[in-house]
Design a binder for this molecule. Structure first.
Ligand SMILES: C[S@@+](CC[C@H](N)C(=O)[O-])C[C@H]1O[C@@H](n2cnc3c(N)ncnc32)[C@H](O)[C@@H]1O
Length: 253
């Protein structure tokens, strides 16, 4: 199965899964990843939340007009159920949006997935007005997470049929920088944070495992006993670290 097909099936079946993990995760200041990106984004103007998933961002921002776009009908339906406004079911590779429309754009946990990356970044730049902000959240990039967490991440990768957890664009950072520069986007921020997810039950520990895009599992499910054993290891450890990176850009031309 190619990645885009996998993502479509995964997010239709498991809509909201990223949010379920992130809203239970905290950094050293007590922020979850969505609060982190919200704080880095201007709170007025026209905003595009690209690949919005279940729409966890900017739900209570009175001065921000938000368009939320995702390719997954399941995610859009979930976002609709919670009352999110400005929803568009569309593809980041060909945005059904007017050029020069947005004063800020966020892309949380998606640019490591979509190919070709140059096309997505070109589309993002096209819809941004001059001086607009772009904040991109990606996996990885924090300080060393420690052997205990690494061991469990490796167990999860092996359960998913590979040696390491990976994404189609790797972590995307180098290509994003190169492609952004080509379309007039200048880097203004590179922030790294580690968030800690603390499951309260075996089900929450299993949800964490499920959220990690184990693409090669048949029907998205692997061997039950192996998954239970890893979930128990996570519970016994008490928490899992999630290192994230936020790259910021301004559109200068
Ligand atoms: C890891 S989730 C992140 C969701 C949300 N931004 C968050 O942080 O909770 C990735 C999202 O990207 C969406 N996505 C994947 N490929 C896409 C594409 N080509 N165009 C638009 N959305 C896409 C998926 O449907 C999914 O909702």
């Amino acid at each position: 199965m190619n990645w885009q097909n996998f993502l479509d099936i995964f997010h239709n079946r498991r809509a909201g899964i990223t949010e379920e993990i992130f809203i239970r995760s905290r950094d050293k200041d007590g922020l979850n990843p969505y609060q982190w990106v919200e704080r880095a984004t201007p709170r007025r103007g026209e905003h595009l939340d690209l690949c919005c998933g279940s729409a966890p961002l900017f739900l209570n921002s009175k001065d921000l007009s938000v368009v939320r776009l995702d390719r997954s009908q399941g995610e859009i339906a979930r976002a609709h159920q919670r009352g999110a406004e400005g929803l568009v079911n569309g593809d980041a590779l060909s945005l059904p949006l007017r050029s020069n429309s947005f004063t800020s754009v966020t892309v949380s946990m998606a640019l490591m997935l979509i190919q070709p990356l140059s096309d997505v970044i070109g589309e993002i730049s096209r819809v941004m007005v001059q001086d607009a902000y772009l904040n991109i959240v990606l996996p990885g990039g924090g300080p060393f997470i420690g052997v205990g967490d690494l061991r469990i991440y490796r167990q999860i990768a092996r359960y998913g049929g590979s040696n390491t957890l990976s994404f189609p664009n790797g972590r995307g950072v180098r290509t994003i920088r190169t492609e952004a520069a080509k379309v007039g986007l200048t880097e203004s921020m590179d922030d790294k944070r580690t968030f800690v997810f603390t499951p309260r039950s075996i089900e929450e520990a299993e949800l964490f495992i499920d959220s990690l895009y184990l693409k090669d599992l048949p029907d998205l499910d692997g061997e039950r006993k192996t998954k239970e054993k890893i979930a128990q290891d996570i519970l016994a450890k008490g928490s899992m670290k999630i290192p994230l990176r936020m790259l910021g850009f301004r559109k200068i031309s």
